[in-house]
Design a protein around this ligand. Structure first.
Ligand code: 5AD
Ligand code: SF4
Length: 473
């Protein structure tokens, strides 16, 4: 009940800001960095802002409120944020833009210290555990005309019933759990998002039911460790309420699979250790669960994996792939890989290439190792020189790209079910959609098809997309 009162309080602040903005035509811009969880958080921030009377603009310079939802997983986002803040200084002097920064980077003290010292004109700083208090922070920033700093170190509760303004009306993301308990030694996430905690099954099921009623076709379940949904609660006897048989990730997939109207279910990002047999069986059994599974490898060498604290060996990873391929017909896989983790030798890196060659992933997200302050990886002495990291990255990229065209060939002549998402960005006359395996398909068709799943025959491949034709009969 306590959480409800908090949200009610925030709704009162929403009304107060709305009153201030009456007849003022206020505009906001938002820059979201990082993962889909952040994008989902931004949809909530947009929902709150629009209820407070702000209208979205893509042009930061004309915004009355400029919002940044930050990510700190890799270094480049920091440079981007500071660059944008620098650009805003003059504009703020001219028109008094309110500058608000939230998200993962704000949970890092060295970053907030830098903002306060070098960008003191920032109005609001809020963290990952205080997103729901944005209306209150904004109201106080406007009224008190002084900087609001709203950052908590303790794990925030999960708040329900926040307003939300979704980016699409076909595909929707639903966050099912927050935080991470794995502490991979390169990763900052456990420090900025806190410990794992799951949403109640009822809240998730009702949200998806509601999305189905609104006409959404595809749902992506989100969590930093999505397939360990309710694991901590079960292991530590933390109370949760079972609803429609949901007491684990596998049972959640099964329950959502039954919701009428929803046609596709995806989930990111899982950890290989949590692909227990019940989860693998649920993916195989549930017709709506897409058979593209993200299985983050990170590195192919067992010693490097141990240093990374990934809890599996090269052989265990490969046998998990084999097991999943056997049990899930038409399985395709995507993955994340980091090159140049401290201590990784050229020879050890070859193991990464070897796994990529063997598994033939549908998609590989490649990252150059980035030192993160506060993580064990940052304290390791044997850091790899930048030049060497880049060389490895290029080698991996070349291998991955050669596999993409090879893999694309396999689609030619096949029939694929495609969820039609809209018109093509490059050609208004063409439609675009995605296969179960998340491949972009471009084709000619009537706009009334948008939002439907249709069958297409794939006729050609163009590296980053396929071309299809509508099958008659
Ligand atoms: N450096 C580079 N890549 C990283 N990732 C996480 N932390 C780092 C880091 N310090 C990558 C991992 C993860 C993805 C979301 O980002 O591959 O799966
Ligand atoms: Fe980071 Fe590892 Fe947790 Fe993923 S599982 S968020 S890589 S610590």
């Amino acid at each position: 009940m306590e959480t409800k009162t908090e949200i009610e309080k925030q709704k009162e602040y929403i009304e107060k800001v709305k009153k201030i903005n009456q007849n003022k035509k206020q505009k906001y811009s938002i820059l979201t960095m990082g993962c889909q969880l952040n994008e989902n958080d931004s949809e909530k921030l947009c929902g709150m802002l629009e209820e407070m009377g702000y209208e979205k603009t893509e042009n930061q310079n004309e915004a009355d409120l400029s919002l940044f939802n930050t990510c700190c997983v890799r270094e480049n986002a920091e440079d981007k944020l500071f660059g944008k803040l620098g650009e805003l200084k003059k504009i703020k002097e001219e028109k008094g833009t309110i500058i608000a920064i939230g998200g993962c980077m704000m949970q890092e003290k060295h970053i907030t210290d830098k903002i306060k010292a070098s960008y003191p004109y920032t109005d609001i700083i809020f963290g990952t555990h205080t997103l729901h208090r944005f209306p209150e922070d904004l109201y106080k920033a406007i009224k008190e005309k002084k900087r609001q700093e709203d950052i908590l170190d303790i794990d925030g509760k999960i708040y329900e019933d926040l307003p939300i303004k979704r980016d699409s009306n076909i595909k929707a993301s639903v966050t099912i759990m927050n935080g991470c308990n794995n502490f991979c030694s390169y990763c900052i996430v456990p420090y900025v998002r806190g410990r794992e905690r799951s949403r109640q099954p009822k809240a998730i099921i009702e949200e998806v039911q509601d999305l189905a009623k609104q006409g959404y076709k595809e749902i992506t379940l989100l969590g930093q460790n999505v397939n360990s949904y309710l694991r901590v609660e079960r292991e530590k006897n933390i109370e949760f309420e079972e609803y429609e048989g949901v007491n684990s990730f596998a049972t959640l997939l099964k329950a959502i699979n039954k919701i009428e109207g929803i046609e596709r279910i995806r989930f990111v990002s899982p950890h290989p250790k949590d692909f227990t047999d019940d989860v693998i069986d649920a993916i195989a059994e549930c017709d709506k669960v897409c058979k593209l599974v993200h299985l983050p490898l990170q590195a192919g060498n067992t010693k490097v994996l141990k240093e990374m604290n990934r809890k599996y060996t090269k052989e265990q990873y490969l046998s998990l792939v084999e097991k999943m391929q056997k049990r899930i017909p038409n399985l395709t896989l995507s993955t994340d890989i980091i090159v140049g983790f401290p201590g990784e030798t050229d020879e050890e890196f070859e193991d990464t290439l070897d796994v990529v060659e063997k598994v033939k992933f549908e998609q590989v997200y490649m990252f150059i190792y980035s030192r993160r302050i506060g993580t064990p990886g940052d304290k390791m002495e044997n850091q790899i020189p930048e030049e060497q990291k880049h060389k490895r990255f290029d080698k991996l990229k070349a291998l991955v790209e050669s596999q993409i065209s090879e893999n694309n060939q396999k689609y030619i002549g096949t029939k694929q079910k495609v969820l039609v998402e809209g018109t093509s960005k490059n050609n208004e006359e063409m439609l675009t959609g995605r296969t179960d395996s998340n491949k972009v398909v471009v084709f000619e068709g009537d706009k009334s098809l948008i939002g439907n799943i249709i069958e297409l025959e794939i006729v050609s491949e163009h590296m980053w997309y396929l071309k299809g034709v509508i099958k008659n009969g």
